[in-house]
Design a protein around this ligand. Structure first.
Ligand SMILES: Cc1cc2nc3c(=O)[nH]c(=O)nc-3n(C[C@H](O)[C@H](O)[C@H](O)COP(=O)(O)O)c2cc1C
Length: 365
């Protein structure tokens, strides 16, 4: 069995070297913002800032949980946290399990708060650890380690099912979430990792006391495909085949944003295949409060700080321009802008009892 360190290094290497994007799309290409020939605002007055978990962000962007625990992870976290602080965007750390088991690895996570003293920092722990008995004490240690503003608990049943030696006990997790929500002052974000969250699960999560859901829908990095490549490398033919068969599994991101935002009053972070500023604008118009981006930031971080900086600037420039073109002065106005939902996404939503037409008629008199 590989050590956690070996597994983490492999995840990063495979994510960088192999084609690990899901074969299904996010559905965002079926979301259409409506151009305003007369936006009746100046580009200059567009304000992309938001408030989330008590923090002000200059743009509704979070660097999604990626890494920590290894020397390479520390370097990546340092670069990403430096850029997050400079541009006032949020950052999540990777699973802190490794540092809870071996405190000598804490500096690979604490570097994030050192480099990002003022911006939103999100701690990270997995459902598999909760099902093995971890609880309030471990969650508190994760939060304190990075002085986190929120705690993400990742849900990754598909990855664990495909991963060699994965932890597939998911029974009773909602009870554990309820215990955490009652004991902790820090808000809890329930975060998928590439398969999306349904309306039914979102309602259960809301009842359990979490404050937010990060949908991490299908259409971006596919963990079944990542684990498929790893299984191939280690010669596990059964898991190699399983990962390939389920590579496109999940609820596409655009659909999951609607399922969650229409069914709960929770804050919604949209992630899974968010790549450009236009994707951010569409996700917010669909009902998200902010977006998360993972693999593109990993790719940029290994290239260096300049590459991360230019990517963030590109995302914000594009988002601002799109906001101008739909006449949205701020993110709240963008959330109310009319959109047209077409094709498979509209069909899915209709069959699930949502009304895609209502988005097209927003703001019409
Ligand atoms: C190398 C790598 C490591 C990751 N590690 C974690 C993790 O420790 N905890 C977590 O919640 N998500 C983790 N993720 C999942 C991402 O946060 C994100 O949900 C997923 O990759 C989908 O976003 P994307 O399409 O922008 O990559 C990881 C992703 C990558 C690529």
């Amino acid at each position: 069995m590989p050590t956690i360190e070996e597994r983490k290094n492999r995840h990063i290497r495979v994510s960088l070297e192999e084609a690990v994007e899901s074969g299904v799309s996010t559905g965002l290409e079926e979301i259409h913002l409506i151009h305003r020939a007369l936006p009746e605002i100046d580009l200059e007055e567009v304000d992309t800032s938001i408030r989330l978990f008590g923090c002000r962000l200059e743009a509704p962007i979070i660097i999604s949980a990626l890494t920590g625990g290894t020397e390479e992870g520390k370097r990546i976290n340092e670069v990403l946290a430096t850029a997050a602080e400079e541009y006032g965007i949020g950052i999540g750390v990777g699973s802190q399990r490794i540092a809870l088991e071996d405190p000598s690895r804490e500096p690979t996570f604490t570097i994030v708060r050192e480099r990002a003293p003022n911006t939103l920092v999100i701690a990270n722990l997995g459902c598999p650890q909760l099902s093995l008995g971890w609880g309030v004490e471990e969650a508190r240690r994760c939060i304190e380690m990075v002085e986190a503003d929120a705690l993400a608990i990742h849900m990754n049943p598909l990855q664990e099912a495909v991963q060699v030696g994965g932890e597939t006990r998911y029974r009773g997790i909602l009870t554990r979430i309820r215990e955490l929500a009652e004991a902790l002052e820090t808000p809890i974000i329930m975060k998928e990792t590439g398969c999306g969250v349904s309306a039914e699960d979102a309602k259960r999560i809301e009842k359990a006391g979490a404050e937010a859901i990060d949908v991490a829908g299908a259409g971006g990095t596919s963990w079944a495909i990542v684990e498929h490549h790893i299984a191939r490398e280690v010669g596990d033919k059964e898991r190699e085949a399983l990962g390939k068969a389920l590579g496109d599994w999940g609820i596409p991101t655009a659909i999951s944003i609607v399922e969650v935002s229409q069914s709960t009053g929770l804050r919604v972070i949209a992630s899974g295949g968010i790549r450009m500023g236009l994707d951010i604008a569409k996700a917010i118009a669909l009902g998200a409060d902010a977006v998360g981006i993972a693999r593109p930031f990993l790719q940029r971080a290994v290239e260096g700080l300049e590459s991360v900086r230019s990517y963030i600037l590109e995302l914000i420039r594009e988002l601002r321009t799109v906001m101008f073109l739909v006449g949205a002065r701020d993110v709240e106005e963008l959330r109310r802008t009319p959109i047209v939902i077409t094709g498979r996404t509209a069909e899915w939503l209709r069959m699930r009892g949502f009304n895609p037409e209502s988005y097209a008629r927003r703001g019409k008199r």
